[in-house]
Design a protein around this ligand. Sequence first.
Ligand code: FNR
Length: 226
Amino acid sequence: MTPYTSAKAAVPQPARRFDAGERQALYDIINARRDVRNEFRPDPIDPAALRRILAAAHAAPSVGFMQPWDFHLIRDPGRRAAVHAAFLSANAEAAEMFEEDRKALYRSLKLEGILTAPLNICVTCDRNRGGKVVLGRTHDSNMDLYSTVCAVQNLWLAARAEGVGIGWVSIFRPDDLRRLLGIPDHVEIVAYLCAGYVDELYLKPELEARGWRRRLALESVIHDHG
Ligand SMILES: Cc1cc2c(cc1C)N(C[C@H](O)[C@H](O)[C@H](O)COP(=O)(O)O)c1[nH]c(=O)[nH]c(=O)c1N2
């Protein structure tokens, strides 16, 4: 037995069952999660709540138990202003990529809350953390990135349960963010998140509410191969 495990942990224990109310609470949180851009309150996130949210992220599954993620907390207004400027520059470029009839709608969308949210969290993936050969990543090196996305989703759901809104901002030239945050080359930036308490949320995705795109029917994405 290795020093970090115990006899009890080394064998499966009876699986805890969750009653209907507990199950429903999980589904409610999943369905009530929203991407938040505008609606952040300026007050800081309670440190104990933030710790629970980050612990939920850190409990995510990861390839070979690599736990490749790091969570960079960014509060400094100067640094956030620089990140916001990088967003504005990339967003101007992004707007030009859409067909003429979509451009105006695109420009009307608020796509970040970098300055209004009291906290920004950059989630990164250290591609070297598991050493050269990682269990489960032997034939697809992207698995560490997918693991980090699992952590982001845990974070997002835990935040929703705590009354904290999260907005994912991906409209950056990756090198801009890397330079501004001092992220080394072997570390991939996976998510740049805006975080803060929210009092109001959209009932369905804001992009759907604003006529950008509809939710697909569940049946259309299930392919039962027998
Ligand atoms: C990888 C990734 C990247 C982004 C996003 C999400 C994800 C998963 N989303 C949020 C996205 O628009 C949103 O999740 C969908 O519109 C669905 O809405 P709800 O999340 O259900 O509210 C997002 N939103 C936004 O306003 N600016 C952005 O740059 C991004 N980037």
